[in-house]
Design a binder for this molecule. Structure first.
Ligand code: HEC
Ligand code: HEC
Ligand code: HEC
Ligand code: HEC
Ligand code: HEC
Ligand code: HEC
Ligand code: HEC
Ligand code: HEC
Length: 425
């Protein structure tokens, strides 16, 4: 019965899409479309009408998060050479809970999907019908293999622990997902009704899909927060992602974020700044940007025709991103010490870890001073990413800072030249 309904709906969608692709609109039975259950149709279907969005989304990491390694061997960013892997693992010595020569290393053709490609890569294998994350990880920037849950990997099914953040349309009951990666419907919701309606039914089209730009800011940003977050599901025991959440819903009903206060010393510093990766939403919620309505989408594109080729899909590259809004920053006090204007260096220090510690940025946007670390050595500071020579004493750095940061830089007020004066010269 269920499969029949799905089949009928599938055909309805296929016919509508085909008709559209031919530039011809077949009459669509709207009631039939709207009375069938909403389902996932996949980004290839969205592509038939939104080619430009599809193209720019394809350029982003979202589309590449999970890749089918059987269909595309190039998804593997590194060859799986058992000897080399075991040599690297052996270097880890005491950190290993299973001896290096006993850790399970999958053969290359056992790998069904790759997870990630930018900072690190992990690999999915199937055991007794279930997908698991194999216990090895490749760190891209340092070119080394490390262990990953070598002792309990077979007790951690990927779909339950990670699935909803890396794939689209995950169904825990059936043990399936509709599409690998963070696809259109992860942010726009199930698209079967929208896709099946005729192109000319513009208003019905708009009403049957989530456009984050038309939600209130606070609700829209929770779409990003459904993945750029860490914690546990409230509606499903043991799940690491917000099972049941859909774009447009209130995330907190489905997910509880982690915190230092709740005892998560592994992923959060003592001042509640993130130590772990994919916690940008947790950081941002503590910032002034949050209270002023500056959201993820104020700084990041997820798809955009002519998207600038910046790192992390920011609207402008690096510190220029800050100048999109902070037109004028006082060149005095804290901002007078350096001869350069590396806003990110101080306000978004790399204190969180994806592959190796300190490769991911803080999103609280607050500068951490040496004094913060001196007060509590479980708290990092912004300065030591650069001031890290062994002879650089933290106390001295703080003292220098205190002396220099109170001295206003010797600049007079800028006096506008009257136009007439300028021409008379
Ligand atoms: C048959 C063509 C077609 C298909 C397939 C299609 N769309 Fe659309 N989409 C449209 C049309 C037409 C509009 C209305 C444009 C307008 O507002 O002028 C639209 C609008 C949208 C909007 C903006 C809605 C709004 O309120 O402004 C989003 C978001 C969207 N589509 C996403 C998707 C996604 C995601 C998929 C795949 C699940 C998809 N579309 C599949 C034709 C299509
Ligand atoms: C990571 C989340 C995310 C993914 C993935 C995503 N979108 Fe969007 N989409 C957004 C956001 C956010 C907006 C609103 C943009 C804004 O604020 O201007 C949007 C807006 C749109 C719009 C409305 C027109 C516009 O540009 O404002 C369309 C159409 C659309 N997306 C289609 C797609 C299609 C097709 C895909 C897949 C190929 C896709 N999106 C994938 C988040 C996403
Ligand atoms: C709550 C959502 C969420 C869960 C649960 C989650 N991740 Fe992620 N993961 C993300 C996000 C978002 C990123 C990218 C942002 C970042 O790393 O800060 C990411 C990044 C990664 C990367 C690095 C990607 C790259 O290109 O380098 C890997 C590998 C990864 N995750 C594996 C896993 C595995 C394995 C699990 C399950 C044990 C898991 N993640 C659970 C959201 C999640
Ligand atoms: C005020 C601007 C701003 C806001 C708001 C913002 N980001 Fe960022 N984000 C940046 C900048 C700048 C970078 C670093 C770019 C670079 O390294 O050149 C970045 C980097 C990232 C990265 C890449 C990982 C890293 O740390 O290098 C991810 C993922 C990310 N942001 C996600 C988010 C999410 C999700 C939100 C909302 C919760 C968000 N950002 C809010 C400016 C912002
Ligand atoms: C379904 C989960 C999911 C949702 C929803 C989601 N993301 Fe992501 N995002 C990820 C994952 C996973 C990655 C890492 C992809 C990879 O490394 O291959 C990522 C990566 C990123 C990056 C880093 C790209 C880079 O070049 O380093 C940015 C920026 C980002 N997301 C912003 C957003 C914003 C803004 C939103 C909301 C509009 C959003 N994401 C919604 C899961 C998600
Ligand atoms: C989309 C606009 C926008 C962008 C881009 C932006 N900001 Fe802001 N920022 C704001 C607004 C609005 C405020 C609040 C202004 C106020 O309180 O006067 C703010 C406040 C701040 C504050 C003050 C925090 C406090 O507690 O007083 C800092 C620090 C800051 N931003 C740093 C940055 C940095 C660093 C960047 C670049 C990564 C950046 N901003 C990018 C809009 C933006
Ligand atoms: C992006 C790298 C970077 C970051 C982040 C950084 N510094 Fe610096 N700092 C430098 C460099 C390089 C110099 C040398 C002078 C110059 O080029 O301005 C310097 C110079 C200084 C000086 C004056 C020269 C001296 O040693 O007598 C002080 C004081 C100082 N930094 C303190 C800090 C403090 C405190 C922080 C953290 C809030 C910090 N810096 C963050 C790179 C950095
Ligand atoms: C040497 C480290 C350092 C650098 C580099 C730096 N800032 Fe700051 N900034 C601070 C400190 C310290 C404060 C005081 C408040 C705080 O702790 O965040 C501050 C405050 C701010 C504020 C809050 C308003 C104000 O004036 O008090 C804004 C906005 C800001 N910075 C933006 C920027 C931008 C934009 C850049 C890049 C041009 C930048 N900062 C570079 C350390 C730095």
């Amino acid at each position: 019965m269920k499969t029949n309904k799905l089949l009928v709906m599938g055909i309805t969608v296929a016919v509508a899409v085909f008709a559209n692709a031919c530039g011809r609109e077949e009459p669509v039975d709207m009631d039939a479309v709207l009375s069938s259950p909403k389902a996932f149709v996949g980004s290839e279907t969205c592509k038939t009408c939104h080619l430009e969005h599809y193209d720019s989304w394809k350029m982003t990491l979202h589309s590449r998060m999970l890749q089918d390694a059987q269909k595309n061997r190039d998804a593997l960013i590194v060859p799986i050479e058992e000897k080399r892997i075991r040599e690297d693992l052996a270097q880890l010595g005491d950190q290993l809970k299973v001896p290096a020569d006993e850790i399970y290393v999958p053969a290359e053709d056992e790998i069904l999907y790759t997870i990630g490609s930018q900072w690190k890569q992990r690999f999915l294998v199937r055991k007794e019908g279930t997908l698991y994350i194999s216990p090895i990880q490749y760190n891209a920037e340092t070119h080394r293999w490390v262990n990953y849950h070598e002792q309990d990997w077979q007790a951690r099914p990927w779909l339950l622990k990670c699935g909803g953040c890396h794939a689209t349309g995950v169904d825990l009951e059936k043990g399936t997902f509709s599409e690998p990666g963070v696809a259109c419907e992860a942010c726009h919701g199930k698209g079967s009704w929208h896709a099946a309606l005729p192109k000319t039914a513009v208003f019905e089209k708009r009403e049957t899909i989530v456009n984050p730009a038309k939600l209130t800011l606070g609700v829209a940003v929770q779409i990003c927060g459904s993945c750029h977050n860490r914690g546990s599901a409230t509606q499903h025991e043991g799940a690491g992602w917000p099972v049941g959440y859909e774009p447009g819903k209130a995330l907190e009903a489905y997910y509880r974020s982690t915190s230092f206060e709740a005892g998560d010393v592994r992923h959060v510093y003592a001042n509640e700044f993130s130590k772990g990766h994919h916690q940008q939403f947790i950081d941002w919620r503590q910032s002034r940007h949050y209270s002023e309505g500056v959201t993820c989408m104020s700084c990041h594109y997820v798809h955009q025709v002519g998207m600038p080729p910046t790192r992390s899909q920011t609207v402008s590259a690096g510190s220029k991103q800050c100048f999109e809004c902070h037109v004028q920053v006082n060149r005095n006090l804290a901002h007078s010490i350096h001869s350069f204007a590396n806003c990110l260096g101080c306000h978004m220090p790399r204190i969180a870890k994806s592959a190796e510690s300190g490769d991911i940025r803080s999103h609280v946007f607050m500068t951490l001073l040496p004094a913060d670390t001196l007060r509590d050595d479980r708290i990092p500071n912004s300065c030591q990413a650069c001031h890290k020579h062994k002879d650089e004493d933290l106390k001295e750095l703080q003292e220098k800072w205190e002396t220099l940061a109170v001295i206003p830089s010797p600049r007079g007020r800028i006096v506008e030249e009257p136009v007439s004066y300028r021409f008379s010269r």
